[in-house]
Ligand binder design. Structure first.
Ligand code: DUC
Ligand code: ZN
Length: 457
């Protein structure tokens, strides 16, 4: 089957070009001016922007958190992703402590295989360290899982100093890329104990027990560790201007540090936690918490300057009924926000249309850089001959409004309710097939596991 996308602006990380794109089967056959092809379906893309399919490298589908399971599994989450222009998700496989990486991987394969509408891969969580896991790192790389995650908080998943040091050394040797959740666990616990002691248990205590400085401290701590090991790392969901300063300091020392942030840290702020209506505040509980407007501005500047490489969602959705578990104790509110369906339109609107970043910046942070970092470039992340025919046709003139009522992610609220978007996603192609047409998802669970290689950013 051939499709010829005519008359659009093709966006890459280095510019835009008024060229046509020919899709043939699952791949892109040609990109150039005035293309024609016998028998191809011709789609008029005049006035539209053509992006490589977006990659969301930070989702949590079908994950157990705080005694409950995320509202979105791979079926609902991946459909929502596609609808939002995301043609590949990379989710976090999470073995239990004491379990082998292979056992964790098998569980995640069972959750995802044959149940995913878009293409997918896994990062592997390292929440324990022993000889067996050290051996398995190489095996994971061979399985097409070259990226790993470590936590500096959450007792069920965090690693101690020594284990983290040896894990980073082993990951460096294997050529894996390590993402780290940076928060200072000990002091967060101390601040929570202080809030408990005075009975301050509503959601307004959530951001106050996870202040900016503690993210910066953890980032600094990790980066000194990475310096000792002499290995690159990626800071996931970086949320504060102070943590950004620590990244700059490490880069000035000569270290390679990559940074991911998320739409919620760019568009939402911590004033929501002071809403006296419990649910209106609880909806926004996530870790790290939402920050200040000054933090948002620092993150936008860093996106524009290229200091932040990717924007993924940390999609970890819970319904309001699930959030209610923390009615009398904010620490029991399951943490996480839905976002996989709205990342593209939010970033286009608040970034490109607002003049903060260019369309090429957008292409890099939503697609190209993730493809390079996570080892699926140039199969993904670029509109070029030979690449998978994953494309987003964006209509900058089709303004819309985000509401829970018209979303398909499996959750009964939207953190951006009422947000007016500049433009919207007209079409999404997944490996050559029209997967979404004006919001209607047309494919079933046709996503494929993507075997990835090493970071080439
Ligand atoms: N933060 C969240 O809010 N939810 C899931 C995991 C995480 O790091
Ligand atoms: Zn996460």
């Amino acid at each position: 089957m051939k499709t010829l996308l005519k008359g659009g602006q093709v966006v890459s990380g280095s510019g835009t070009a008024a060229v046509d794109v020919l899709l043939d089967g699952e791949t892109i056959a040609a990109v150039g001016p005035n293309l024609s092809a016998d028998g191809a379906e011709v789609v008029d893309c005049a006035g539209k922007l053509l992006f490589p399919g977006f990659i969301d490298a930070h989702t949590h589908f079908d994950l157990e958190v705080a005694g409950t399971i995320t509202a979105d599994d791979f079926i609902t989450g991946s459909r929502a992703a596609l609808r939002g222009g995301t043609t590949t998700v990379i989710d976090f496989a999470a073995p239990d402590k004491g379990e082998s990486l292979h056992a964790g991987l098998r569980r995640w394969q069972k959750k995802a295989d044959g149940r995913c509408a878009c293409d997918y891969g896994f990062h592997m969580t390292i929440d324990d360290w022993n000889e067996g896991i050290s051996r398995e790192i190489g095996e994971m790389m061979e399985e097409g899982i070259p990226s790993f995650k470590m936590y500096m908080t959450y007792p069920a998943m965090m690693l101690g100093e020594e284990d983290m040091y040896f894990a980073l050394k082993r990951l460096k040797e294997a050529g894996g890329l390590t993402g780290v959740h940076c928060e200072n666990h000990g002091i967060i616990d101390a601040l929570i104990a202080e809030k408990k002691a005075v009975g301050a248990m509503n959601p307004s205590s959530h951001p106050r027990t996870r202040p900016n400085g503690l993210e910066a401290e953890a980032v600094s701590h990790l980066l000194r560790l990475a310096e000792q090991v002499d290995t690159p790392v990626i800071i996931v969901h970086l949320s504060t201007k102070e943590a950004l300063e620590e990244v700059r300091a490490a880069r000035n020392r000569g270290q390679t540090v990559y940074v991911e942030t998320c739409p919620q840290y760019l568009l939402l702020d911590d004033s929501v936690y002071d809403n006296p209506d419990f649910m209106e505040a609880a909806k926004y509980v996530c870790a790290p918490p939402l920050r200040t407007v000054a933090d948002q501005e620092a993150l936008w500047l860093a996106l524009g300057s290229g200091e932040i490489q990717t924007v993924s969602t940390d999609h970890c959705s819970f319904t309001t009924a699930q959030k209610r578990a923390g009615r009398y104790d904010f620490t029991k509110i399951p943490g996480g926000l839905p976002g996989v369906e709205t990342r593209g339109v939010l970033l286009y609107t608040a970034g490109v249309a607002a003049g903060r970043i260019t369309v090429s910046d957008l292409c890099r942070v939503l697609s190209e850089n993730a493809a390079k970092l996570y080892g699926c470039w140039p199969r993904k992340g670029v509109i070029a001959p030979g690449s998978d025919a994953d494309l987003v046709v964006y209509d900058p003139a089709a303004d819309a409004t985000i509401t829970a009522a018209n979303q398909i992610q499996n959750v009964d609220y939207n953190p951006y309710e009422g947000f007016e978007t500049k433009g919207s996603i007209a079409r999404v192609y997944l490996r050559g097939r029209l997967a979404v047409n004006h919001g209607e998802v047309l494919v079933g669970n046709s996503g494929q596991f993507i075997h990835r290689g090493k970071n080439c950013l």
